[in-house]
Design a protein around this ligand. Structure first.
Ligand SMILES: Cc1ncc(COP(=O)(O)O)c(C=O)c1O
Length: 403
């Protein structure tokens, strides 16, 4: 690790990068190896590698209990878990799906696979989350489904969206990928709306190498989804549901997810320490605001999001380039938002001034299993160094642009 004394020491100007191993914004949990091997032995001993083997069954039971729901159906990815669930729940003959624009980069692709047009809604400026108030103007006679997506810090307006869905008789699926551990006044994430979708990607709180799952209290939906992920047939060649495909979770991924689930409470304790270290140290830098977790309920503390306030002395793009050169893999928060991207598929054009404004201001900072509290202190020192030397850095960067 190379401390920076002068701006020439910055990696962007040719110095050595601060970290040797990149510090990313992905969780990259490595659960206990013996536990992972123990679960793996279960399926290896039975020679059953996929098709509802012992780990998939156990994982589904454990996740249903974790989220306090009746059913959990696992899938090969969060993407297909959500896409297939939309295809079942969406009102037939309707064409639009309401979703935020300030969200997961591939969300509109999910809509395209299920042949629905995204109708992008605004988010609330304080929470970066969609709410009943921001969804309401997007509801019309074409609305097939509301996709209630949680932001990456805290939850969206669960109660408001549930009430709106009931009032308008429009199905509501939550994308709860980033709120897997959270609770609100109304209870634990997992049993709201018609169903909720989660990811087991390595960058998420629960690492199954890759994978996803749906929780629901609806028996008929659970049965349909379980059939669809396995080609849609009950007995060989007896197709019983439309739209079947191979979207099953395999056994080794389920073994990893089980080992991660065993570790999740301890992991959240570690995430909380990292978050509080950021919080304590960032109070020193008045031009950066940390998005705070609502600690009155259960939180996963996984993601670290900061706002660069108006008097932060560098552009966000330059800040990211400087940090990335030091192997601090900060990223622009959901930017550009989906409605600003060129898309090959249809969507409902909408003006989203709040989203446009917010999409310019936030940064994700490194977090997760491979980031220690000392790393957090070093990352904050780096931000302080950049801020203290901003004017020289800006001059030097503009010279670099010219040459
Ligand atoms: C909010 C959100 N929804 C859905 C997904 C898709 O999950 P997966 O990567 O498991 O397909 C992601 C993945 O990053 C996500 O962030």
């Amino acid at each position: 690790m190379d401390k920076k004394n002068k701006i020439e020491d910055l990696a962007i100007f040719g110095g050595k990068s601060f970290f040797v191993i990149p510090k990313s914004t992905s969780n990259l949990l490595q659960p206990d190896f013996e536990k992972f091997m123990g679960y793996s032995k279960l399926f290896l001993d039975q020679h059953q590698y996929t098709n509802n083997g012992p780990n998939v069954k156990l994982l589904e039971q454990r996740l249903a209990a974790f989220h306090q729901t009746e059913y959990c159906i696992s899938f090969c990815s969060g993407f297909w878990a959500i896409a297939l669930t939309i295809s079942v729940l969406a009102l037939k003959g309707k064409t639009e799906i309401v979703m935020p624009s300030l969200t997961y980069r591939r969300m509109a692709d999910i809509a395209a696979w299920v042949k629905l047009k995204p109708h992008f809604c605004e988010v609330e400026p304080e929470t970066l989350a969609m709410s009943a108030a921001t969804v309401l103007p997007c509801i019309n006679e074409n609305t097939a489904l509301i996709l209630g997506v949680h932001p990456i810090v805290n939850c969206c307006d669960i109660d408001g969206l549930v009430a709106l869905s009931k009032e308008k008789n429009i199905p509501l699926l939550f994308d709860s990928v980033e709120s897997v551990y959270e609770s609100t006044t109304s209870g634990k994430v997992g049993s709201f709306g018609h169903a909720e979708g989660f990811s087991l990607h390595a960058c998420k709180l629960m690492n199954g190498f890759g994978g996803g799952y749906i929780t629901t209290n609806d028996a008929s939906l659970a049965r349909q989804l379980a059939l669809m992920r396995g080609f849609g047939f009950e007995e060989i060649d007896k197709i019983v549901v439309h739209g079947g495909m191979n979207a099953k979770l395999n056994e080794i991924h389920a073994a990893m997810a089980l080992a991660s689930l065993d570790d999740v409470d301890e992991q959240v304790v570690r995430n909380r320490q990292r978050y509080h270290t950021y919080k304590r140290l960032l109070t020193d830098i008045s031009t950066i605001r940390l998005l705070e977790f609502d600690e009155s309920h259960r939180a996963g503390y996984k993601n670290i999001v900061v706002e660069l306030l108006d008097d932060w002395p560098l552009s966000r793009a330059d800040t990211i380039s400087i940090l990335n050169a030091e192997k601090i893999l900060a990223r622009a928060y959901y930017s550009p938002p989906l409605h600003q991207k060129s898309m090959k598929f249809a969507y409902v054009p909408t003006d989203l001034p709040v989203t446009d404004m917010l999409a310019e201001r936030f940064l994700n900072l490194p977090c997760g299993h491979l980031v220690s509290n000392d790393d957090v202190a070093d990352i904050v020192s780096m931000l302080r160094f950049i801020s203290n030397n901003a004017s020289q850095i800006n001059d030097r960067l503009r010279e670099k642009d010219v040459n």
